[in-house]
Design a protein around this ligand. Structure first.
Ligand SMILES: Cc1ncc(COP(=O)(O)O)c(C=O)c1O
Length: 406
């Protein structure tokens, strides 16, 4: 466990014992484990867009760069050397520990999308088999099922999760009502990229299993943002990205397939073995994976419960600061079990979300994203991670007030 700095320790001590640790709306965030100076972010930019792509710390890039330079001196010899030194398995080893699974349940990929594709392909579903989804799935966790529907006669059942539905029990009930005898898979995001709602995955896994289905999770917006333990979630497969909340190199990803599910989910790429290099997976971006291992070790040292608490505190602080603005509505869940470090605001119709997002960056140096067109609402989304500060929250609030005035 990484020893907190004196100020951070003081803060932790000050809030220890509070039942509302970090969940207290408006609570001050602790000093970040990685101050903004450890990143290469452009000076003056409050980067609140980790949900789209996260920044790497300098140390992460240096770890990747060291490997890259060594490798390029004699590619064949050094690729073999990395393999010989077991460094090739660094990312898998540290990621398995981080996610709470065994090494032989964890494969490396290039993105959440590639992990979800591997799961869908590896299931070998038959015509008439059904997959249960929500209407909040991101393309990266949806296209694989749409492909099977288009080309293999698989049927998709899509449950509407209405905006403002913040009752976990009601969400599970809505999913339960749509499971039938032909449902083979329940596939959902752990955290919705639209509103940041954190789905009750443990309950949905139990539901799927009770009906003889598998539970597959798109964890792009969860791993590194909040504490994730795949065994506690009870799901059968879980795909995530290295380049978002883990703050790893771009084009890295992780795929968990529970041992018990491995006979039913057999992706072609991992047919030989889940090892980082195999006859069925081929050569991988080893420098990127060594950088990812460094990035995950950093989050381990910072401690995910503390990272999560701090991310939520920042997110709640912005929610409190903008709540009274009549030009917008908060569409993310309130503080509690369904909240995540994403905060999405629905803008009044007269505002164009892309223009507001652009103006926030160009006029105020606040980097966010406009909600994806496929979600069909006029929203903007803020992501809070380890390097963000109370000052970033303040800047975002001031910028919003300025841009939405009148
Ligand atoms: C929920 C969700 N799934 C999948 C993805 C795609 O991630 P990747 O680009 O790593 O495939 C995203 C990206 O924003 C996402 O939010």
């Amino acid at each position: 466990m990484h020893a907190p700095s004196p100020d951070r320790r003081h803060f932790l001590h000050a809030v220890a014992g509070s039942a509302a640790l970090g969940l207290l709306p408006g609570a001050a965030a602790a000093e970040p484990a990685a101050p903004p100076s450890e990143f290469l972010l452009a000076p003056g930019v409050a980067y609140l867009n980790t949900g789209t792509i996260g920044p790497c710390r300098r140390a992460t890039l240096e770890a990747a760069e060291r490997a890259w330079v060594t490798l390029e001196a004699n590619p064949v010899a050094h690729y073999g050397r990395f393999a010989g030194e077991a460094l090739i398995e660094d990312a898998r080893t540290v990621a398995a520990r981080f996610l709470g699974c065994d090494l032989d349940e964890l494969a490396v990929t290039t993105s959440t999308t590639s992990g979800m594709n591997a799961i869908a392909e590896g299931l070998r579903l038959a015509p008439g088999d059904r997959v249960l989804l929500t209407d909040q799935e991101h393309a990266g966790g949806l296209h694989c099922w749409q492909y099977l529907a288009r080309h293999h006669g698989v049927l998709l059942d899509v449950v509407n999760i209405p905006r403002g539905e913040f009752d976990a029990g009601a969400i599970v009930d809505a999913m339960a009502r749509r499971i039938g005898p032909a449902t083979r898979v329940v596939s959902v995001s752990h955290v919705f990229s639209s509103t940041g709602l954190r789905m009750p995955i443990a309950e949905l896994s139990a539901l799927a299993h009770a009906r003889g289905a598998l539970c597959v999770v798109d964890g792009a917006q969860a791993v590194g943002a909040v504490r994730v333990n795949v065994r506690e979630l009870g799901c059968d497969a879980y795909a995530t990205s290295g380049h978002k909340w883990l703050m790893g190199p771009k084009g890295t990803g992780l795929l968990y397939i529970a041992r018990e599910a491995q006979a039913r989910i057999r992706p072609m790429a991992f047919e030989a073995t889940y090892a980082t290099y195999s006859a069925s997976s081929g050569v991988v971006n080893l420098p990127g994976l060594l950088g990812l291992a460094e990035a995950i070790r950093f989050l381990e040292r910072a401690g995910m419960p503390e990272v999560e608490r701090r991310n939520l505190a920042l997110r709640h602080a912005l929610a409190e600061r903008v709540r009274a603005m009549r030009q917008l509505t908060i569409v993310s869940p309130p503080a509690g079990a369904l909240a995540s470090p994403l905060l999405t605001l629905l803008l009044a119709e007269r505002f164009d979300r892309s223009a507001v997002s652009r103006a926030l960056l160009e006029r105020h140096g606040v980097a966010i994203r406009a909600t994806h067109p496929e979600f069909g609402f006029n929203g903007i989304r803020f992501s809070f991670h380890e390097f963000n500060t109370d000052g970033d929250v303040e800047r975002a609030a001031v910028a919003l007030r300025a841009e939405l005035a009148g």
